[in-house]
Design a protein around this ligand. Sequence first.
Ligand code: EPU
Length: 349
Amino acid sequence: MHESTFYLILAIQTYFWILRENLKKYNTFGISVFCNNIYHVYTESDFADYVKLAKKPYRILGGGSNVLLTQDLNEDILVNNIKGIQIIEEGDEEVLIEVGGGEIWHQLVMWSAAHQLGGIENMALIPGSVGAAPIQNIGAYGIEQKDAFVSLKAIERSTGNVVWFTKEQCKFGYRDSIFKNEAKDKFIIVAVQYLLRKNTQPEMGYKDVKELLTQRGIVNPSVLELAQAVIDIREAKLPNPAVIGNAGSFFKNPVIPLSQFEKLKYSFPEIPNYPAGEGQIKLAAAWLIDQCGFKGRRQGNTGSYQNQALVIVNHGDASGAEIWEYAKMIQHDVKEKFGVELEAEVNVW
Ligand code: EPU
């Protein structure tokens, strides 16, 4: 290659490198990595057009609250910005709504509370977008999004066609759905339909919620009172991503066979446990991690949150790789002490 050609290619490469965009503002861990371009998509048809014409790899981002970015991406990022909460059908007891995939989940919860419609209030303050909620079937304080879910509308990435998914087709499980398995990276969720209830039966089975409401002298909470209780509990226990970078629970609560649980209970009689279907027990990952001495530990720019051992935080300028190394150390120590595998709940890119 002629020397001038070499320098020309180098200059072009440098030019495009400089033009790359930083994703720091687009992930709640606050990690700085670069991608090619960031496109904000406001309509379903713009998504369909993009996927039909796309020649290069791309990824979809919602609120960026369940992702750990460990490296620069030689890809475009499409941010789902499709907004709107629409009442589709209103009966005497129930209301069917359709919500744009780019709506902020917490704003949907507050909308439902303002309209005194129940069913999702226990999931107040969960960060992220409505389009991302079904992917990992978000949940908190005894309710999962599948409990109010009716159907969703998606764009198929290989064709640009609109495809509807029923609840059964989504195959929801604990922090799981078809979109984390056989349909992974194949669809863009543009709208979700939920059924909310007018005369709701509040779910107060969770210890923290029950205690706080009792303390407030509330026996039969309104949707807003329940949402407010959840907000207060979360604010006390979980770090606000706007202040300290994090992605909520980093690992799933592990589900193990009853036989393995019985042996563990013999060695650790106080181990928290919850029934998880026939012959299965769910353990509290936070407790396992806490017992290994990680709670409040700091290592370089990362560490475990002081009030919740399941949350890994970015104290400043942690890289995704640094956080991932720290997470692997937690997995290692928990496996060594309890013989239990912890699976990441966040998506590692
Ligand atoms: N615990 C500890 N140490 C800690 C924190 C908790 O020993 O540092 C013990 C608690 O005493 C309790 C148990 O662990 O016995 C469970 O803790 P907690 O009630 O805080 O709930 P979690 O299982 O850690 C799950 C969800 C959260 C959700 C809460 C409330 C998962 C992976 N996490 O946490 O969801 O808000 O229950 O329903 O299922 C998220 O998914 O990002 C998330 C924050």
